[in-house]
Every structure is written in structure tokens, then in C-alpha cells.
Design a protein around this ligand. Structure first.
Ligand code: GLU
Length: 376
């Protein structure tokens, strides 16, 4: 209960609205619901909070406008529809928010914008500058130009990354369900809503594997992924039903609704956030069981002696995944002190041998603890 009460103190809030909340099942915009949510967000802003809206719907709105019955499969069609729908969507938000005297700003991101440290900081600064101006950013993936390899793919993940980069106090994901259930409520009438979750279990993921409506792309699995990011970043996240009256106000007032994902106590260091979530790993360092224990249980750096081999080609300073060599399970992410070619040469060797093998030594570690993220 007290955890919910803490929500009253939140100042910077990210709200994600999914396609299934914005539209009817036939794909047409649910204007009444959108108006209600915009009014609530404007009211939060009036209370003195900083509000960031992550809104889906570009592809869905574009598809409906062009007479599609469901989302097409091919990338160029989706890209074209996103361009059509995004404009229409933002125009609607602009109109509705201006009724409450609020200014909005469209922000379109791609995964590539977060991939390099400099671009990540650049995106962060842009969002913070918008907030500083008292403006409400309306954020979506830049679906028109994004290609498959660098897609966030879903706005649940995008909203968690946005919450993480602006260091938000709370992420609210509004959906067409009341929250996370212990089994699928559409199948099992006895399914129980989980009020609080402090650990995401494989069972929860298994239960969440079906997709949402034909116009939406998420479902519960991507929400759990978002929760994982928020929990690690130290940000509480709530899934609640966007159809309920005054839902945002009631969540912010600490009412027991939806599912609250409880974060780890401390907030994550900014640099580690980028290593963990900002960038996509460019290769893999495969390690032995001893190194796994040293990293996960003893808080140690990754030394060459624990490395079995490397997959991929990368330079010094790249963020890579660290995986167990036997089962390829990813156990950590970190920024490497040596290139893939160099690591291949020093794998399995003692740190004292590095100098001789590479004809010089800048570091003892393959990945220093400070550049390592292990909390999955
Ligand atoms: N970016 C997509 C869109 O605007 C939505 C992705 C999602 O629904 O998660 O259509």
C-alpha cells in the first residue's frame, strides 16, 4: 500500500497508450477515449507534473484511413501507412491538447538514435529541453524510415527506454486489460489480477505469449520486457486499463488498480543504463563457468582467463553481450577494453600475459566492472 502512496510524489511521468486503447476493434479511432485521456494528461500537467506521452497508432490509423482491414505484412506498406497515420495522429493530439492550452512536440525515435553514446545523450537532451519548455512530447518509433534490424519493434519497450533515458519517476502503460493476471483471463475465468510484481518469472512470460488485437503489435510479453527494463533502471511501472474512468489520476493518487512492477531500490547509473538498454550488443564474448560466478556472484570484472572465445567483429569500446560458452545464455553486457581480434588472442590467458601477446597492455580486464551490467 505504501508503495502506491509513493506514487503521489512522482514528478516526471511517461504514459504509453497502445493502439488497442486508441482505436475500436475495427481500427477506427476511439475519439471519446482519446479525448478523455488527453484531458487527464493535461490535468496532470496542470498539477505541475512533467508528462511524456508515448503513443502508438501510426500504422493502425494509416491502415484504417487507406481502407485496410488489417495491418499489411510488407515493410514498405507499413512504412507508407505509418507516414500517413503519424501525421493524422499528431494532428489530433495537437487539436485536443490545444483545447487545454497545452503545446505538444512530436518526437520520432529509432533504435539507432540510442545506439551510440553521443546520439543517446543527444536524444536525452532533446527530450529534457522539450520538458524544460513546459511542452508535452508525443513520442513514437519512426516507423517510416526504420529497418528491421534497428527496430524497437513495439512501443512498450520504447516507452520503458524513454522512461529510463529521461530518468522518469513512473511509467504507466495503458492497455485494454486491467493488468497482469496469473493466467490468461480470456481462457481462464478464475484468473487473478496481480496487484504487485517484484520479479518477472519464466512462468509469467510463458503465460503472456499471445498477441494483442489485429491492429496492435504488443501483447503482454512486450509489457513484461518493458517492466524488466524499468525494474532494473529503478523506475516503477504500472499496467492499467485505459478504458477505466480517471485511470491516470487514480493511479497517481495511489489507488490499488492495475499491476505495479516494483523496481529495485536504487536508480541505475546513467552510463550503465546506456550499456544495458541503449545500445544493441555488437558481438558476444563467451565465458566459462568460473567467469560467470565471478561476474554474477562476486562483483568482479571480466578477465581474459575466463574468456573461451568471441563471436562477431568489433572494436575497443563496443558494447557486447557476455554469454555462457556452454549454453549461450546471455549473462551480462559490457563495454570491451579490447577488440574482437585482440580478445581472440588473449582468451584463456592470464592478465600478466597480455603485454607479451599484444605487444603492449592498456588494461588487465576485458571488461571492467564499471562498464558491466549484470542485473537481469
Ligand atoms: N509504432 C507503432 C505505430 O505507431 C506501434 C508499435 C506498438 O503498437 O507497439 O503504429
Amino acid at each position: 500500500m505504501s508503495r502506491r502512496k509513493n506514487l503521489k510524489a512522482c514528478r516526471r511521468v511517461v504514459i504509453k497508450i497502445g493502439t488497442s486503447t486508441l482505436t475500436y476493434s475495427n481500427g477506427q479511432l476511439n475519439l471519446q477515449r482519446i479525448e478523455r485521456l488527453v484531458r487527464e494528461l493535461a490535468d496532470l500537467h496542470n498539477r505541475g507534473m512533467e508528462v511524456l506521452l508515448v503513443s502508438s497508432g501510426a500504422i493502425g490509423v494509416g491502415a484504417t484511413r487507406m481502407g485496410y482491414k488489417k495491418i499489411p505484412r510488407t515493410m514498405p506498406e507499413k512504412q507508407a501507412l505509418a507516414a500517413i497515420g503519424q501525421g493524422a495522429l499528431v494532428q489530433l493530439y495537437e487539436k485536443l491538447f490545444s483545447e487545454y492550452n497545452k503545446t505538444v512536440a512530436q518526437v520520432l525515435l529509432t533504435r539507432g538514435d540510442l545506439d551510440e553514446r553521443l546520439r543517446y545523450l543527444n536524444a536525452t537532451n532533446a527530450l529534457l529541453a522539450i520538458l524544460e519548455l513546459g511542452v508535452i512530447p508525443i513520442i513514437n518509433e519512426n516507423d517510416t524510415v526504420v529497418v528491421e534490424e534497428i527496430k524497437f519493434g513495439d512501443n512498450d519497450t520504447l516507452s520503458a527506454l524513454v522512461a529510463s533515458i529521461v530518468d522518469a519517476d513512473l511509467l504507466i502503460i495503458l492497455s485494454d486489460v486491467d493488468g497482469l493476471y496469473d493466467s490468461d483471463p480470456r481462457v481462464n475465468k478464475e484468473a487473478q489480477l496481480q496487484a504487485e510484481v517484484d520479479e518477472i518469472t519464466p512462468m509469467m512470460e510463458e503465460n503472456s505469449k499471445n498477441r494483442g488485437s489485429s491492429f496492435a503489435s504488443g501483447g503482454m510479453l512486450t509489457k513484461l520486457n518493458a517492466a524488466r527494463i524499468c525494474m532494473a533502471a529503478g523506475i516503477p511501472m504500472i499496467i492499467a486499463n485505459g478504458d477505466s474512468d480517471n485511470i491516470i489520476r487514480r493511479v497517481m493518487d495511489g489507488k490499488e488498480i492495475g499491476t505495479l512492477f516494483i523496481p529495485r531500490e536504487e536508480k541505475m547509473q546513467a552510463r550503465k543504463k546506456w550499456i544495458a538498454f541503449g545500445t544493441l550488443p555488437q558481438g558476444q564474448v563467451l565465458v566459462d563457468a568460473g567467469a560467470e560466478v565471478a561476474l554474477l556472484q562476486k562483483g568482479k570484472s571480466l578477465l581474459p582467463s575466463g574468456v573461451i572465445t568471441v563471436e562477431g567483429d568489433f572494436d575497443r569500446g563496443t558494447v557486447v553481450a557476455v554469454a555462457n560458452a556452454d549454453d549461450k545464455r546471455e549473462i551480462a553486457r559490457g563495454m570491451v577494453n579490447y577488440s574482437s581480434d585482440e580478445i581472440r588472442l588473449i582468451a584463456g590467458k592470464k592478465s600478466s600475459e597480455i603485454e607479451k601477446i599484444l605487444q603492449g597492455k592498456d588494461y588487465d580486464e576485458v571488461i571492467h566492472r564499471n562498464n558491466l551490467w549484470v542485473e537481469y
